[in-house]
Design a protein around this ligand. Structure first.
Ligand code: ADP
Ligand code: ZN
Ligand code: ZN
Length: 820
């Protein structure tokens, strides 16, 4: 028997292995196996089993099987094949998305050291400044070291030739050591009675004289009426030692055994469960979608519902229908900030059937959630982007909430998938409806609804007839001329805040930048303090009293003088959330103000507690980045303020207007969600800008109609499909050379595709790497599925490898890039 195995490596093929007879029962399609690969040992995925093979070369054997049950079936495999094909990665790289991190088994190459011999060599070495000397120094103190640790220790890459020499001198050997999974099921010791209670009672008086502690233990167990108890808890409760328990076990009174425990992430945020009579518009939507769930029919829906129209309740009702049909449900939400409220509502309705997956969980909690889903114990999965890859075998419904949100796009890792678009494909493979919900649908999804690819459903009214908030644009330049600006605040906004504080109503203030000042500028030489690893300005953080790069995280002390010319005339520009918080506290010394941004919500329960307090009225003002625009549903919020609408408007991105419209409409939607009317003040320098005007008029359709015309005229999605090729290297020359060569390799496709010349990326230097981009556009009309575009990239890559001197430069493909 042979197994076809794929690995999470950039090889677009499966490798054949022999299944040793003792593993025959366990190797199935869909399990992970451990197998030798080149000089290493790796975890791979079995995609096929066959009785014969055409392979002529030596066939290696599988070493180990990691999963008792398949983790993917034919249906799921189809989905991962699609991911690999569409986002241009290998099937193994796609399947890696399916498994929890830290559960793979891999070998690490290590150097095993003959310590005494190395110490001798070190003494005989006369030149003390060489790399060899440094390496010997490192080796002389230990028995074993990994290549990467040694590399880091000596700060050099080219250690290999020296190690090769040392191997020849017999000072070291290179070994391949297999490292087991880092994340494992958690097992805890439990205790239960091993004897009949009556029988025990008769021995207790006798035992009590000699070992009263043992009796204490037994009594607690008797009280538990045959239930087992965790050993640690038992010992703690009775204040006894392990020895007492052990001797009870020896006497045969109790049994100690290991039990697997479920690590569950606990959310602090809880809402009171509410039952609703559905509104007519909610019912209409549910009536449309529920037959598709029952009959297992694929259909994508765009659910365009204004903020506060009760979309969440629609998802809950649909989920109930899927459960009745014995099917599972996948609910995708953007980022963590939204999760507490929506997950609490799902918990309230479905209890333990719900599993949350998100970035704040520990690796163990994630692993246990994953296993609950895999075993079918958790049938409702609520999670951010990566929850798309939860091991659900029988899906009845997929929801993508706030489908316009940019966080659905993976930006950093391979493959750079879009979870919203992939969710539609997943639904088509599972034959279930997919609901994309938003108050501000993405232009692409709205267009798909227009051409009939998605079906458009609407919830045009707010629940309880609540009115959408009244919006005012305040021109900060005009206000400043009238003397009606106090630093970053207009008098208009300050007056309204004061009014709400008096009435004890909630206020939300948006400033979409974190930190205090976003630019540090020298008045003498005109330079801006930049990050040394990235071509972006350093941001001043007053709370930590540092300057920080928001791209690589580099932190430095606040400079006393300009690093370029030494002048002490430094000015701070650009307002971040810390400054907004700081100034608000100055104007309203008695107000209780809290900040929500990625600096403040680092602690696990911080956000949940903060939202609880805000809901109860213990916090007056929430200041934050775009995080405060997402999904928050608090009836006491009656005022939303935006410090500057410009933070997103002037980004050099064809989606800048769309992003601005969405952000402002969403944050405005936090206000007036109950009987008391809401109000929104947006400070801006461009009140005439059409995106802002459309926010003001609450006119999504008007925004869409104008935007779609621009997209067509300028040749942007949805009228073209984009692919971005990125080259990345520590050497500017090499990154550029690779981009130029890749561009050459693309040349023969020029008649069908619009291909840009290589340009420096917007953030040209990032984390010490120089980056170049080539943008490829393919017209929807001539290449509707994008097949031609993807084939061109793959073929160009082969050609690039043939012609280029810069083959070792890192290349990334970004299909449907978010920002360009
Ligand atoms: P959206 O997600 O569309 O912005 P939500 O789902 O948060 O809106 O709903 C807004 C509020 O209305 C929530 O507090 C929700 O509990 C409540 N709600 C939803 N459906 C109903 C209903 N049928 N009757 C009364 N209240 C409802
Ligand atoms: Zn200077
Ligand atoms: Zn940086």
């Amino acid at each position: 028997m042979f197994a076809e195995v794929v690995f999470a490596l950039p090889f677009r093929k499966a490798f054949t292995y022999e299944i040793p007879s003792e593993l025959k029962k366990f190797v199935k399609e869909g399990v992970r196996v451990v197998a030798p690969f080149g000089k290493r040992t790796l975890t791979g995925f079995v995609v096929k089993i066959s009785k014969t093979t055409q392979v002529k070369d030596e066939i290696k054997q599988i070493r180990e099987v990691l999963d008792d049950e398949p983790i993917f079936n034919k249906t799921l495999l189809k989905f991962y094949e699609w991911i690999a094909d569409y986002y241009l990665c290998s099937l193994g790289e796609a399947l890696k998305l399916l498994v929890p991190q830290g559960t793979e088994v891999e070998s690490k190459r290590k150097i095993s050291i003959d310590k005494n011999f190395v110490q001798q060599l070190l003494q005989n070495e006369n030149k003390k400044n060489t790399l060899r000397y440094k390496i010997l120094q490192e080796l002389s103190t230990r028995e074993q070291i990994t290549f990467s640790t040694l590399q880091k220790a000596v700060g050099k890459k080219n250690i290999y030739s020296h190690i090769r020499n040392l191997v020849e001198e017999s000072a070291v050997t290179v070994i391949d050591e297999i490292e087991g999974a880092k994340v494992k099921p958690k097992k805890v010791k439990y205790v239960r009675l091993a004897k009949d209670v009556k029988e025990l009672y008769s021995t207790l008086p006798e035992l009590d004289r000699r070992s009263p502690k043992q009796v204490k233990l037994l009594l607690v167990l008797i009280e538990a009426k045959g239930k087992s108890l965790p050993a640690a808890e038992l010992l703690h409760k009775t204040e006894t030692s392990k020895a007492a328990l052990d001797s009870l076990e020896k006497k045969g009174f109790v049994e100690i055994f290991e039990k697997e425990v479920d690590r569950r992430y606990k959310e602090h945020y809880e809402e009171v469960h509410q039952e609703f009579v559905l509104t007519e518009q909610q019912n209409k939507v549910i009536e449309e979608i529920s037959p598709k769930i029952k009959d297992s029919v694929f259909q994508s829906y765009l659910l365009h519902g204004v903020t506060g129209s009760g979309k969440t309740q629609v998802y809950i009702e649909l989920a109930k229908i899927a459960l009745e049909q014995n099917k599972s449900v996948l609910i995708l939400v953007p980022e963590i900030s939204l999760t507490p409220q929506i997950t609490s509502r799902f918990y309230n309705n479905f209890g333990d059937l719900v599993t949350v997956l998100h970035s704040r969980m520990s690796a163990g909690e994630r692993f246990d959630s994953w296993r609950r889903i895999h075993k079918g114990k958790s049938r409702i999965v609520v999670g951010a982007r990566s929850a798309l890859f939860a091991p659900i075998f029988k899906l009845g419904l997929i929801v993508v909430d706030e489908e316009h949100d940019a966080s659905y796009k993976q930006q950093d890792m391979i493959p750079k998938y879009n979870a919203r678009d992939s969710a539609v494909v997943l639904g088509s493979i599972h034959n279930c409806p997919v609901v994309l919900g938003s108050a501000t649908p993405s232009v692409e999804s709205r267009y798909n609804a227009e051409i009939g690819k998605y079906k458009l459903l609407t919830l045009p009214l707010r629940i309880d007839d609540a009115k959408l908030p009244a919006i005012t644009l305040v021109n900060v330049n005009a206000e400043r001329r009238k003397g009606r600006m106090d630093n970053i605040f207009s008098r208009t906004l300050l007056d309204k805040i004061e009014d709400r504080l008096k009435k004890k109503e909630g206020v939300i203030i948006l400033q979409n930048r974190r930190g205090f000042s976003t630019q540090i500028y020298c008045e003498d030489c005109g330079e801006i303090e930049m990050c040394e690893n990235c071509s972006v300005p350093m941001v001043f953080h007053i709370n930590k009293n540092i300057i920080q790069c928001h791209y690589c995280g580099l932190e430095k002390p606040v400079p006393n003088a300009c690093t370029h010319c030494g002048s002490i005339n430094i000015k701070y520009f650009g307002t971040g959330t810390e400054r907004v918080e700081d100034e608000l506290q100055f104007y309203f010394p008695n107000a209780r103000i809290s900040r929500i941004d990625s600096d403040s919500i680092t602690r696990k329960s911080y956000l949940s507690n903060l939202l609880l307090s805000f809901g109860k009225g213990e916090i007056d003002i929430l200041v934050g980045t775009q995080m405060v625009s997402k999904g928050l549903d608090f009836s006491r919020v009656t005022l939303v303020g935006v410090i500057s609408a410009e933070t997103t408007l002037w980004l050099p991105d064809f989606r800048a207007d769309e992003r601005t419209f969405q952000l402002l409409t969403q944050v405005a939607g936090r206000a007036g969600r109950s009987k008391i009317a809401g109000e929104v003040i947006i400070q801006t320098q461009n009140e005439k800008h059409f995106a802002l005007q459309k926010v003001l008029q609450n006119d999504y359709d008007g925004f869409y109609r104008r935007e779609i015309v621009d997209r067509e005229r300028l040749g942007y999605p949805p009228f073209t499909r984009l692919a971005l090729i990125e080259t990345k290297d520590k050497s500017d020359q090499k990154a550029k050379g690779a981009a130029i060569d890749f561009r050459k390799a693309l040349k023969k496709f020029e008649s069908h595709l619009k291909i840009s010349e290589p340009t420096t990326a917007l953030i040209y230097k990032l984390k010490g790497f120089y980056r170049y981009h080539i943008l490829i556009k393919s017209s929807r009309k001539s290449d509707p599925s994008g097949k031609f575009l993807r084939r061109a990239v793959i073929e160009a890559f082969t050609e690039f490898n043939r012609i280029s001197r810069f083959k070792d430069v890192k290349l990334f493909y970004d299909i449907d890039p978010q920002s360009i």
